[in-house]
Design a protein around this ligand. Structure first.
Ligand code: NAI
Length: 337
């Protein structure tokens, strides 16, 4: 697709701070002439009010049709019998690969200045299969599911992404010394796919040692691939290396569909005040622009966002500043080239 042709994208404006940060993204995209037609569909509290369920079928069908969606955070009501919208969305669209790029932003206070890595998480199985049983009162089991199909698919995703992104090395993260069969099967698959990509260096690390190495010397890592639970934990740890979840973009990929999202929640404590930081959603939306071939707009918005954060004059309260969400967005627009 040409960079300038308009593209339809489904948008879930979400709950809490969701609509506020979605508006900020729309403002920056409009000013950058990114050429996106937003198609708003309900999910979360708005959908419960209108349809009696948090994820209506019409929303899922719209995402399938458009092939791409931008999702603001969504609240899952506790104790009302609804399952997490995030988990349901991943299942309904078979979004098997979670992608989190983690890059230091110059000038933003964080523990490290030289982080540039990507975490790839298998999104569909492992301990998230929901297979828990009470054997007898006081004794429960949770089943960790590991299949050749899912492990091969995530390994192929990781290697082809590394190739496209010009990355040099993939580290498979596991606990096969203890989980010899489940993580053992995953490692077999990773090795098989690694054998088909000799140009990319491949190594393996145990999850606990990886966690320590990441907080000591994150620059030694490039792309990391792992099963569901390890990915959940390690991707948040990595966001912490560059200043927290508020700065971390994310995407979920299926075979035909991709959903881009901020990984933080709905921030009910600051919702409605107009002070939320839109960076995570904005950078996720920028990843989306790259994905749909609008690389020029992606590059311009990414550079303006990083420049605004680095300058530090118009940042939101979570980063120690006093700018509102829209003041921050306007500062980004003023730096668009
Ligand atoms: P949270 O991420 O919403 O909030 C944690 C803390 O971070 C709060 O102090 C909040 O003000 C702050 N924060 C989060 N995002 C921010 C932003 N963009 N700018 C400035 N400050 C920000 O996590 P919490 O409180 O555990 O969850 C609240 C709700 O969000 C729950 O209903 C939960 O189910 C939902 N949630 C949704 C997610 C999603 O849709 N991807 C992910 C995590 C939680």
């Amino acid at each position: 697709m040409s960079d300038s042709a308009p593209r339809k994208v489904v948008r879930l404006r979400g709950d809490g701070i969701g609509p506020e940060i979605a508006d900020a993204v729309e403002f920056v995209f409009d000013e950058a002439h990114a050429g996106i037609d937003w198609l708003d569909f309900p999910a979360g509290a708005t959908a419960i009010a209108e349809f009696g369920e948090p994820l209506p079928e019409s929303t899922i069908e719209a995402i399938k049709d458009a092939g791409v969606a931008l999702k603001s955070p969504i609240a899952t009501p506790i104790g009302e019998g609804f399952r997490s919208v995030n988990v349901e969305l991943r299942k309904a669209l078979d979004l098997y690969a979670n992608y989190r790029p983690v890059r230091s932003i110059p000038g933003v206070a964080s523990r490290f200045e030289n982080v540039d890595l990507i975490v790839i998480r298998e999104n569909t199985e492992g301990l998230y299969s929901g297979l828990e049983h009470e054997i007898t009162p006081g004794v429960v089991t949770s089943l960790k599911v590991s299949t050749r199909k899912a492990s091969m698919r995530i390994a192929e995703f990781a290697f082809s992404l590394a190739e496209r992104a010009g990355r040099k090395k993939i580290t498979a993260v596991h606990k096969a010394n203890i989980l010899k069969l489940s993580d053992g099967l995953a490692l077999e698959c990773y090795r098989e796919v690694a054998g088909q990509h000799p140009e990319i260096e491949y190594d393996e690390r145990i999850i606990d040692a990886t966690a320590m190495a990441l907080v000591l010397r994150p620059e030694q890592f490039d792309v990391l691939v792992m099963e569901n639970l390890y990915g959940d934990i390690i991707s948040d740890l990595c966001a912490g290396l560059i200043g927290g979840l508020g700065l971390a973009p994310s995407a979920n990929y299926g075979e035909k569909v991709a959903v881009f999202e901020a990984v933080h929640g709905t921030a009910p404590d600051i919702a409605g005040k107009g002070i939320a930081n839109p960076t995570a959603l904005l950078l996720s939306a920028v990843e989306m622009l790259d994905f749909i071939g609008k690389r020029n707009a992606a590059q311009r918005i990414r550079e303006a966002t990083v420049a605004t954060l680095s300058e530090g004059k118009a940042t939101t309260a979570d980063l120690g500043g006093s700018a509102s969400t829209m003041e921050f967005a306007k500062a980004i627009v003023s730096k668009l080239r």
